[in-house]
Design a protein around this ligand. Structure first.
Ligand SMILES: Nc1ncnc2c1ncn2[C@@H]1O[C@H](COP(=O)(O)OP(=O)(O)OP(=O)(O)O)[C@@H](O)[C@H]1O
Ligand SMILES: [Mg+2]
Length: 255
């Protein structure tokens, strides 16, 4: 459903993404992890046509995003790291506006908007301006807008930031359900606990390079092989070992 081949993005001084190859199947929940500046957002922006790669190609749902951007954009949804929403609209008006963009028929649209506002507990605020919403409430509106047109693929860049525990749980359940319905999910996150619970496979990028790819069990094995012995079976320890985060005792002395 998502295929990246030899994807590279170079800026003047750095290579933000270095020869990325990925093949993500229908209904898979894929998590891309990596330290700050590793290239995760760059990858999402290229996958969704917001950035042009320096080299390589991306196929989403059978379409080449470079060659057929309009067709590709119809089949995916994006929750970006810094969503742009028209804050002078109410939550309801914004969702209607997105419905227009994607040609969601009126009766279906009305039903879905009402259901999503209810699901995210925003019915009481539906007619308030988005500028008066909290960060998490805005994030919930962005989620709702992405679900409106039944995308086959959803890209999420740090989706859990700002959500309260109930909202985060709800999003987790939504992702599971979408995956069951064969929607493919590509998620960048620093929330390792979410990645561990939700993702079928995980990729780790570091300085633009994909340094690990597989299930949590496969990554655990890779981390153990890297040595020294004794990596715990949790994604935090696995991640820190694979990204050479090192020992903290020597750093803590700076405090
Ligand atoms: N427009 C730009 N011009 C120059 N360098 C850029 C530009 N955009 C991103 N970069 C660089 O590309 C690298 C990857 O950035 P990116 O935003 O993809 O990282 P990230 O993995 O999403 O990090 P974070 O976890 O902090 O969100 C960084 O070194 C960043 O400084
Ligand atoms: Mg980012």
């Amino acid at each position: 459903m998502i295929k990246a081949t030899n994807l590279t993005k170079k800026y003047d001084k750095i290579t933000a993404l270095d020869d990325l190859n990925l093949d993500i199947g229908d209904g898979e929940i894929f998590g891309l992890l990596g330290p700050n500046g590793a290239g995760k957002t760059t990858a999402v922006k290229i996958f969704t046509g917001l950035l042009k790669p320096t080299a390589g190609e991306v196929i989403v749902g059978g379409y080449d995003i470079q060659k057929e951007p309009q067709k590709t954009k119809k089949i995916f949804g994006l929750v970006p790291d810094n969503p742009f929403i028209y804050k002078k609209l109410t939550g309801y008006e914004y969702l209607n506006f997105v419905g227009d963009l994607y040609d969601v028929p009126g009766d279906v649209r009305e039903k879905k908007i009402n259901e999503y506002l209810e699901m995210f507990e925003l019915t009481g605020q539906r007619n308030d301006l988005i500028e008066n919403y909290s960060h998490g409430m805005q994030q919930k509106i962005v989620f709702s807008s992405v679900l409106l047109h039944n995308p086959s693929v959803i890209f999420l860049d740090e989706p859990m930031v700002g959500l309260d525990p109930k909202g985060a749980r709800l999003v987790k359940e939504i992702l599971f359900e979408l995956s069951k319905r064969n929607v493919t999910i590509f998620m960048c996150t620093h929330t390792l606990e979410i990645a561990e619970k939700v993702c079928h496979r995980i990729g780790i990028v570091d300085k633009g390079k994909l340094i690990a790819l597989g299930t949590k069990e496969q990554l655990h094995r890779m981390a153990k092989d890297k040595g020294p012995a004794g990596v715990k079976d949790n994604l935090e320890d696995i991640f820190l070992r694979l990204t050479d985060a090192g020992e903290y005792n020597s750093i803590i002395k700076y405090l």
